[in-house]
Design a protein around this ligand. Structure first.
Ligand code: FES
Length: 89
């Protein structure tokens, strides 16, 4: 993982409600978590006011990227997220 990508993942939110950064979600997936429940257990996400609506969607996207490319590393996932187009406001 490139240092700047890792820094970016440390800054990006993973679970806004709980203040957990994206890097924690990616590390959980790299450590074998393959469901929302497993990732939530490892990281503590999902217990906030939105009850996992926002971070659940993020986890779904991360897991889908991993399913589509099982050999993807955390760096690959971060790079793909960085290339994702922003939603129009
Ligand atoms: S963003 Fe994770 S519980 Fe709300």
């Amino acid at each position: 993982m490139q240092p700047d990508e890792k820094t970016l993942a440390r800054l990006k939110p993973g679970c806004i409600c709980k203040g957990i950064k994206l890097i924690r979600l990616i590390e959980a997936i790299e450590n074998g978590a393959d469901t929302y429940e497993k990732i939530a257990r490892q990281t503590g996400i999902g217990g906030g006011p939105c009850k996992g609506k926002r971070c659940g969607q993020k986890v779904k996207e991360l897991l889908q990227k991993k399913v589509n490319n099982p050999a993807a590393s955390g760096q690959d996932i971060i790079s793909e997220l960085g290339n994702r187009k922003k939603r129009p406001r």
